[in-house]
Ligand binder design. Structure first.
Ligand SMILES: C[S@@+](CC[C@H](N)C(=O)[O-])C[C@H]1O[C@@H](n2cnc3c(N)ncnc32)[C@H](O)[C@@H]1O
Length: 250
């Protein structure tokens, strides 16, 4: 799979997993914008029951003559039906590519970080030549969240861990294994996370960003020890600073 190729214009028969970043058009890369503008077909995810596709809205100003296909991805992770659905989607994309179309699949953030693109890319490896599969990176949630806090994620020999917040035992283990811990999907288990951080006296070292780049919905909490827990959107990322920084006092 060619992940490094300088991709100037979408090519007939090629598939592009394109990261669109956190949801603002001006945070698209130039490469992503060029591919979206020039491709034949745009595949955009929309959560079942949701009224809108955020990734599609992000590229809306660039849409003109392209065909837009909005898809509901499987909600369950495992199981035969889910596998079949991914396979079916991969086959539909391969069919379009084999008929000469260039196909862009949009993904929020980066396509290789907790992304449905991974399932599609896996399914497509058997159906299209590897030279026809491309990944275009996007600004991931850990980057946009850290930028809001304007504090270093890593310095010197620091270790940075990105993980899902949903496995609390694994989160607890990670406390001893890195200097900075970034927890994706923190909105799904916020109360349990707060309890766990409190038990380890880490609330004052923990911050969260919810719905970053989503206007009035955005929430920034730079010290969780001074925050009253409230239900949060799924689009919530937490940053826990476990290690000391050269400029820390005391
Ligand atoms: C399925 S993952 C998608 C990650 C995405 N591929 C990326 O690279 O950012 C969804 C998780 O990403 C994080 N996330 C995505 N968009 C976000 C945003 N706008 N603000 C804060 N966190 C966000 C949240 O942790 C959310 O639960």
């Amino acid at each position: 799979m060619d992940v490094n190729q300088s991709t100037l214009q979408p090519q007939p028969g090629h598939f592009y997993a394109v990261g669109v970043g956190p949801g603002s058009t001006d945070l698209l890369t130039l490469r992503a914008a060029r591919l979206v503008e020039g491709c034949d077909t745009i595949i955009a995810p929309q959560a079942k029951g949701a009224a809108r596709s955020l990734s599609l809205e992000t590229v809306q100003p660039l849409i003109d003559r392209q065909e837009v296909v909005v898809v509901n991805y499987p909600m369950q992770r495992d199981g035969e039906k889910t596998q079949q659905r991914w396979q079916q989607m991969a086959q539909d994309i391969a069919k379009r590519c084999n008929s000469g179309q260039s196909v862009v699949q949009l993904t929020l953030g980066d396509p290789l970080i907790f992304s449905t693109s991974s399932y599609l890319l896996h399914g497509l490896t058997d159906l299209l030549p590897t030279a026809n599969l491309h990944v275009v990176p996007g600004i991931s949630a850990f980057q946009i969240s850290a930028s809001r806090l304007a504090e270093a994620l890593t310095v010197q020999e620091d270790r940075l861990t990105l993980m899902s917040a949903t496995d609390l035992d694994a989160v607890e283990q990670a406390f001893g294994q890195c200097e900075t811990l970034v927890l994706y999907k923190a909105g799904t288990c916020i109360q349990e996370l707060i309890d766990l951080l409190g038990q380890h006296d880490l609330l004052g070292r923990s911050q969260l960003v919810s719905c970053c780049e989503q206007g009035e919905h955005e929430l920034l909490v730079d010290d969780l020890s001074r925050w009253d827990v409230q239900p949060l959107n799924y689009m919530t990322t937490m940053i826990v600073k476990l290690g000391r920084r050269p400029w820390d006092k005391g």
